[in-house]
Design a protein around this ligand. Structure first.
Ligand code: PGA
Length: 257
């Protein structure tokens, strides 16, 4: 049985004050929820991590970062390490988001190093994978998923892979309002799960949670969550308001797997 996981990726939005307000609002809304069956993770910008950590400290809501560097410390101007994220209260970290792959030169190799660094620091990596529109139209979706998953997880053993979360995020669905249909999402998730059987074994494939991301909204979360291989969502735009994110969490919690 895989526990549903809904994460909010706040990207480069929210000042510290705004982040505190959003986290407080969510704490109020989600406290009323019987949260047993669902993990909720907030991923603010680095600047707001410790403040948000404080706000959610007495709730079940967990904290994640949006990236990390693979060294623990050193002369790496502008970077933030897993050790620092842990210190700021994080238990999750998004790795290899398509915006980092597109705009900041992230490769499977750097993703792999970051996953290893996250695991060493007891942070749960959320490994993002997914194809661009061009790749989908060229019929390469499954090849891209294989490349991202297989190379992202290079030299990562069974025990470690059991700890991580994978997020399937078709690039063409991110921030565009175009959600993958539940069938398209299910096909990709099933492919990733089958790949985990080949790379590891049945146990890994049955346990690793795979989130869907890309224009997730209160209006489409139920249909998506009804797909057998969708274990949650990584939400961007709709995670920036209390009402829409709380609604997504509540609706996801209604879908019993
Ligand atoms: P979106 O972003 O929900 O705004 O499409 C998802 C993501 O980038 O994680």
């Amino acid at each position: 049985m895989r526990k549903t996981i809904i994460a909010g990726n706040w990207k480069m939005y929210k000042t510290i004050k705004e982040a505190i307000e959003l986290a407080n609002g969510l704490k109020r809304e989600l406290f009323k929820l019987d949260n047993q069956g669902i993990d909720v993770v907030l991923c603010p910008a680095f600047t707001a991590l410790s403040e948000v950590s404080e706000v959610i400290s007495e709730s079940d809501i967990m904290l994640g970062a949006q990236d990390l560097y693979w060294q623990d410390e050193g002369a790496f101007t502008g970077e933030v390490s897993g050790k620092m994220l842990k210190d700021a209260g994080c238990s999750f970290v998004i790795i290899g988001h398509s915006e980092r792959r597109q705009f900041f030169g992230e490769t499977n190799e750097t993703v792999n190093k970051k996953i290893k660094a996250a695991l060493i620091n007891a942070l749960t990596p959320i490994l993002c994978v997914g194809e661009t529109l061009k790749e989908r139209e060229a019929g390469k979706t499954l090849d891209v998923l294989k490349d991202h998953v297989q190379n992202g997880l290079r030299e990562i053993g069974k025990e470690d892979v059991l700890k991580l979360v994978i997020a399937y995020e078709p690039v063409w669905a991110i921030g565009t309002g175009k959600t993958a249909t539940p069938a398209q999402a299910q096909e990709a998730h099933k492919y990733i799960r089958d790949l985990l059987v080949k790379l590891y074994d049945q146990e890994v494939a049955a346990q690793v949670r795979i989130q869907y991301g890309g224009s997730v909204k209160p209006e489409n979360i139920i249909e998506l969550m009804q797909q057998p291989d969708l274990d949650g969502a990584l939400v961007g735009g709709a995670s920036l308001q209390v009402e829409s994110f709380a609604d997504i969490v509540k609706k996801a919690a209604e879908v019993i797997k």
